[in-house]
Design a protein around this ligand. Structure first.
Ligand code: ZN
Length: 162
């Protein structure tokens, strides 16, 4: 019993269990589990959500904008840490950041942080949000962690958004 209670507390405090939807008006049919696919010779370890260029991207959890990074593959990206620094949420191929977004900035779940695009190695004809989650190590390094498939959590987020 005590064990169960402890497990419940751990679950309740996990930001992953309480995601907001990264895109407004997302439907269950928009979600596909692309986590285990191989993209450009690499394990994808993320979910791609197709959306028109310029669609607002919302922070899925309350937390901190840890890093704004421009990478060859990801293009314009955001690394957001949740409040306990347990999980990092990664948003990529962004068209642009929301005005005033900066590193170290505190955000709430639902805040607009960026807009969907196709920067990096995404096909310009198929703008989408590349969304990934990884569990941070004790060192809390934004560039490394254990990848987690957020598909079921996104399904929950969409269900809860209506
Ligand atoms: Zn992707």
């Amino acid at each position: 019993m005590r064990m169960l209670a402890a497990m419940l507390i751990v679950w309740l405090t996990q930001s992953l269990a309480h995601l907001g939807s990264p895109l407004e008006e997302l439907k269950l049919s928009d979600l596909r589990d692309t986590f285990n696919e191989v993209h450009n010779g690499h394990p994808h370890e993320a979910i791609d959500i197709m959306a028109p260029r310029g669609t607002p991207v919302h922070a899925v959890v309350p937390g901190t904008i840890r890093k704004l990074f421009l990478s060859k593959a990801g293009g314009i990206t955001i690394y957001e840490f949740d409040e306990p620094g347990q999980y990092c949420y990664y948003y990529a191929h962004l068209d642009r950041y929301a005005d005033g977004l900066h590193e170290g900035m505190r955000v709430e779940r639902g805040d607009i942080i960026a807009y969907v695009g196709s920067t990096g190695d995404a096909d310009a004809r198929a703008p989408h949000l590349h969304f990934a989650v990884f569990e941070l190590s004790a060192a809390r390094e934004w560039w490394k962690g254990e990848p987690i498939d957020p598909y079921t959590n996104l399904i929950e987020a969409v269900r809860n958004s209506r």
